[in-house]
Design a protein around this ligand. Structure first.
Ligand SMILES: Nc1nc2c(c(=O)[nH]1)N[C@H]1C(S)=C(S)[C@@H](COP(=O)(O)O)O[C@H]1N2
Ligand SMILES: [Mo]
Length: 407
């Protein structure tokens, strides 16, 4: 039995052609939509525009994916890789994560424009032309859904807003693979079209060269201006020379005690005055020992200029002063090349315990810091002592350190 064709969504368009009810017509001949779908003939919805936007979106997604993987594996290295992670260049993670957030924000603009360019395909008739076509449309649906969710969760994460029941990190990481996989599939399926519309001259096709009229040029100019505006008003949170233009980023690089933002305050982490007053540093290793704050302060000091580079994209360089981790490990009788586990006073929280591989532990810039920009650390920055190490995500710069264990 033939069923009536589904109704396309109601959109303003040409009035329906008068005629017999759809069911009647459908019985006689090939089903036609009862309402003529809107037709789009403008160049802003054609394959050339889709290709022009698509390649910028592809670049943004690629940068975002690669820098996302770097961030993920710096934070969660597989066991065998922990000692291979490099502590240099000191600005490595700052650059990589700055690019991750900037390319992700640019991708939001590009994704919206790309969706607007191709949305007339929603009204293509018939909606599926066969099994292969159905599979292709399904893969595009997966791509669109995962890409929208991916940039949306990323955007809300940099605002530290988590209005969902699932874990951000796991979901954002898993979705990155779904987006990348379905994007590669999409590029493979569309390869002939992409090739034909890659350049205006379209060599190798019989088509006439596409005309890039004023409408398309204006659109591309508008997209470029929007991406530029979003980038310029947010990138200052990591690229401090542009800090004064940082109007839209959730963090300003120098708003916070001692000229540095705070992600988790002592109060939020449940670090009490009492816990801080009774503080001692315990070091476990072949020759374990424990130090009061005065004893720790009496050890030889080292200085480092290092950035804190938060996974959420803000980063600031600061002057740190403290005791070298390598010196503290040597006092505990650690063999050269030993790794380290660090535990905070904080009672619970994902960043209470952190491990570092040999390269970080040996690096002379890695400190158990006591001072920031020439002053004793404030409690929100990790008083009495915190970790500062080069080329590491901010989440691993553990505050309120109370225990070091040689691994
Ligand atoms: N113990 C502990 N250390 C922590 C955190 C935390 O939640 N608990 N947050 C980390 C994060 S996410 C960042 S970006 C840096 C920020 O350091 P700051 O607050 O001194 O700027 O501290 C890190 N150290
Ligand atoms: Mo962070």
């Amino acid at each position: 039995m033939t069923s009536p064709p589904p109704e396309p969504p109601a959109v303003p368009g040409p009035p329906a052609t008068p005629g017999p009810p759809a069911t009647v017509r459908a019985r006689g001949r090939l089903a036609l939509p009862p309402v003529r779908p809107p037709s789009f003939s403008g160049r802003l919805h054609d394959a050339r525009t889709a290709t022009s936007i698509g390649r910028w979106l592809g670049v943004a997604f690629l940068v975002c994916f690669v820098t996302g993987l770097i961030s993920h594996y710096l934070q969660h290295p597989p066991g065998w890789a922990a000692d291979l992670l490099p502590s240099r260049p000191v600005w490595g993670y700052r650059l990589s994560q700055g690019l991750h957030i900037a390319s992700g924000l640019a991708a939001i603009v590009l994704l919206l424009v790309k969706l607007w360019t191709v949305y007339p395909r929603l009204f293509a008739w018939p909606p599926v032309r066969g099994v292969l076509h159905a599979l292709e449309r399904l893969s595009v649906a997966v791509l669109v859904a995962s890409a929208v969710l991916e940039v949306f969760t990323g955007l809300l994460n940099i605002a530290e807003w988590y209005p969902w029941p699932f874990g951000f990190i796991q979901t954002h990481f898993a979705l990155a693979w779904v987006v990348t996989g379905s994007l590669l599939l999409h590029i493979a399926v569309k390869a002939p079209e992409i090739k034909a519309h890659w350049s205006r001259r379209s060599p190798g096709t019989l088509e006439l060269p596409a005309q890039d009229g004023p409408d398309r040029r204006s659109l591309m100019l508008g997209v470029g201006a929007a991406v530029g505006a979003v980038t310029l008003t947010t990138v200052g949170q990591a690229f401090t020379p542009l800090g004064s233009l940082d109007l839209l980023a959730p963090r300003h690089p120098d708003h916070g005690p001692q000229g540095l933002p705070v992600n988790r305050t002592a109060a939020a982490a449940g670090v009490t005055d009492r816990a801080v007053r009774d503080w001692r540093l315990e070091v476990r290793g072949p020759t374990p020992y424990s130090l009061t704050l005065d004893q720790l302060r009496a050890l030889p000091r080292a200085q480092s200029r290092l950035p804190i580079a938060c996974v959420e994209g803000w980063s600031v360089e600061a002057a740190w002063s403290g005791v070298r981790i390598s010196d503290l490990l040597a006092l505990a009788g650690a063999r050269p090349g030993a790794g380290l586990r660090v535990t905070s006073l904080e009672r619970s929280g994902s960043y209470r315990v952190m491990e570092m591989g040999r390269d970080y532990a040996e690096d002379p810039l890695t400190l158990l810091a006591l001072e920031l920009n020439g002053q004793v650390l404030t409690v929100d920055h990790g008083y009495p002592a915190r970790i500062i190490a080069p080329n590491r995500p901010g989440v691993l710069q553990t505050k309120w350190v109370t225990l070091l264990e040689v691994l």
